[in-house]
Write a protein that binds this ligand. Structure first.
Ligand code: XUL
Ligand code: CO
Length: 439
C-alpha cells in the first residue's frame, strides 16, 4: 500500500526548477572534494517528528494525520513503518534515528512494551534489508513517561534508575540488531528545577554510573559504534546537566568516558545555550568529539526549542565548514531533528520540509567546499598566528620556556603593540562573496 500516492520520487532538477517536489541543490551523486553529496551529508529522518508528531502543542490538539489509516495502536505503529520507508525512499534519505517508544506502543508495563517492540522491530529490519536504508542511531525515551518526572539516571528514586537502565538495555539491543552506528543519550529530564531539593553531586555521579553501565553492556553485546551525548541547556528542566558541548566534555573527562563517547550537536540546542551552532561544532571538533548532528534551527525571536527544518544557508554553510574541517562524518550524519509547523499539516508539507532542509545543507556543503578551496579565510587565520612558528612563540608552543624567560623577553620588547588588524569585515565579505557564487 502506498501512503503518499501523490508524491513522486524526488529528483534533482537544478536551481532553475520551479517544481516544489524537486531538489534544486541536492544532487546526490555529484562529487565534491572526493565524495558524493550523499556520502558527505548522510541525511537521516527522525522517527519521532516525522512519523509521530502531529502538531499537538500546549494550546491545542494535533492537526496532522500520523496514524496512516490505522486504528489500533499496534496497527498505527506498523503503518508508520511502511510510510516511513516510502518517505525515505522517495526523498533518497539513507538513514533514520529512533527512540524505543517511537516504534511500538508502551502498553501497561515494561514487559508489554518490550513484547510490542519484539513484534514491530523485525518489521523495521525487514524494510531496512529490502531498501538498504540504515539506522544512524537509536535511543531510549527516558522523559515522556510520568515515572521520569524527577529524571531517569538522576532520579531521586533508585527504582526509576533501574527502569531507565532496563529501557536502555533494550534500546541498545535494538540498535545492535539494526546495525546502528550510534547510540544517543539526550538528557531528557536529567537536570533540576530547584536546587532546594537537589543533590547535584549524587545526581551527576549517578548519571555517569548509568552511562558507564550502558557503555559496558553495549561493548559486551556487540555495539561497535559510537555513544553520543546531545547537549541542551534547558527544556524540559530549568537547568539541564548536559548544558553545552564544553560542559559535556568536562563531564566525560571527569568520569573517564571520552574514549567511547562523542557529541551529537543540535543546532537549536546550541542557540538555546546562547552559543552559535558553529561555536558548538568547533568545540566538539577541536576536542575530537564531533560525532553527529541534529540538523534543525530555532527562531531567533523565540526562547524555546522550535525544532524547525533548517533553511538558513549561512548557518548550514558554517556548519558544513566545520564538518569538512573535521574530515567528514564517520559514524555520524545529519539527522533532521525537525518538525513541520503546526499549520503545515499535509503529508505534502512533510516532503516540502525535508526538501527545504536537504537543499539548504546541500548548498551549505557546496559553499563550504568553495570557501575551503578559495583558501583566503583559512590562510588568513593560519597566518594570524604565525608568531608562534618561530622565536619565542615556537618556544611557548613547544613548552621550552619559563615565566622568568618571558619576563626578560617582554622587558626587552620595550614599547611594543600588535600590528595586525583582525579584518573581520574583510573576512565576512569574502565569506559572502564565495558563498553567493558557490555552485
Ligand atoms: C530534544 C531532542 C531529542 C533528542 C533525542 O530536544 O533533541 O529529540 O534528539 O532524544
Ligand atoms: Co535532538
Amino acid at each position: 500500500m502506498e501512503f503518499f500516492p501523490k508524491i513522486p520520487t524526488i529528483k534533482y532538477e537544478g536551481k532553475k526548477s520551479k517544481n516544489p517536489l524537486s531538489f534544486k541543490q541536492y544532487d546526490a551523486d555529484k562529487v565534491i572534494a572526493g565524495k558524493t553529496m550523499r556520502e558527505h551529508l548522510k541525511f537521516s529522518m527522525a522517527w519521532w517528528h516525522t512519523m509521530i508528531a502531529d502538531g499537538t502543542d500546549m494550546f491545542g490538539v494535533g492537526t496532522m494525520d500520523k496514524k496512516f489509516g490505522a486504528v489500533s495502536d499496534m496497527d498505527v505503529s506498523k503503518n508508520r513503518i511502511s510510510a516511513a520507508f516510502e518517505l525515505m525512499q522517495k526523498l533518497g534519505i539513507g538513514y533514520f534515528c529512533f527512540h524505543d517508544k517511537d516504534l511500538a506502543p508502551e502498553g501497561d508495563d515494561l514487559a508489554s512494551f518490550h513484547k510490542n517492540l519484539d513484534i514491530v522491530v523485525p518489521l523495521v529490519k525487514a524494510e531496512m534489508d529490502k531498501t538498504g536504508i540504515k539506522c544512524l542511531w537509536g535511543t531510549a525515551n527516558l522523559f515522556s513517561n510520568p515515572r521520569y518526572m524527577h529524571g531517569a539516571g538522576t532520579s531521586c528514586d533508585a527504582n526509576i534508575f533501574a527502569y531507565a537502565a532496563a529501557q536502555i538495555k533494550k534500546a541498545i539491543d535494538i540498535t545492535v540488531y539494526f546495525g546502528g552506528d550510534g547510540y544517543v543519550f539526550w538528557g531528557g529530564r536529567e537536570g533540576y528545577d530547584t536546587l532546594l531539593n537537589t543533590d547535584m553531586g549524587l545526581e551527576l555521579d549517578n548519571l555517569a554510573r548509568l552511562l558507564t553501565l550502558s557503555r559496558d553492556y553495549g561493548r559486551r553485546n556487540g555495539f561497535k559504534g559510537c555513544f553520543y551525548i546531545e547537549p541542551k541547556p534547558k527544556e524540559p528542566t530549568k537547568h539541564q546537566y548536559d548544558f553545552d558541548a564544553s560542559t559535556v566534555l568536562a563531564f566525560l573527562r571527569k568520569y573517564n568516558l571520552m574514549s567511547d563517547f562523542k557529541l551529537n550537536i543540535e543546532a537549536n540546542h546550541a542557540t538555546l545555550s546562547q552559543h552559535t551552532f558553529q561555536h558548538e561544532l568547533v568545540v566538539a571538533r577541536i576536542n575530537d568529539a564531533l560525532g553527529s548532528i541534529d540538523a534543525n534551527q530555532g527562531d531567533p525571536n523565540l526562547g524555546w526549542d522550535t525544532d524547525q527544518f533548517p533553511t538558513n544557508v549561512y548557518d548550514t554553510t558554517l556548519a558544513m565548514l566545520e564538518v569538512l574541517k573535521a574530515g567528514g562524518f564517520t559514524t555520524g550524519g545529519l539527522n533532521f531533528d525537525a518538525k513541520c509547523r503546526r499549520p503545515s499539516m499535509t503529508h505534502e508539507d512533510l516532503f516540502l520540509s525535508f526538501i527545504a532542509g536537504m537543499d539548504s545543507f546541500a548548498f551549505g556543503l557546496k559553499a563550504a567546499d568553495a570557501i575551503m578551496k578559495d583558501g583566503r579565510i583559512c590562510d588568513f587565520t593560519k597566518n594570524r598566528y604565525s608568531s608562534y612558528e618561530s622565536g619565542i612563540g615556537k618556544k611557548i608552543v613547544s613548552g621550552d620556556t619559563t615565566l622568568e624567560e618571558l619576563y626578560d623577553y617582554a622587558l626587552n620588547l620595550g614599547e611594543y603593540n600588535v600590528k595586525e588588524s583582525g579584518r573581520q569585515e574583510y573576512l565576512e565579505d569574502i565569506f559572502n562573496q564565495v558563498m553567493l557564487s558557490a555552485d
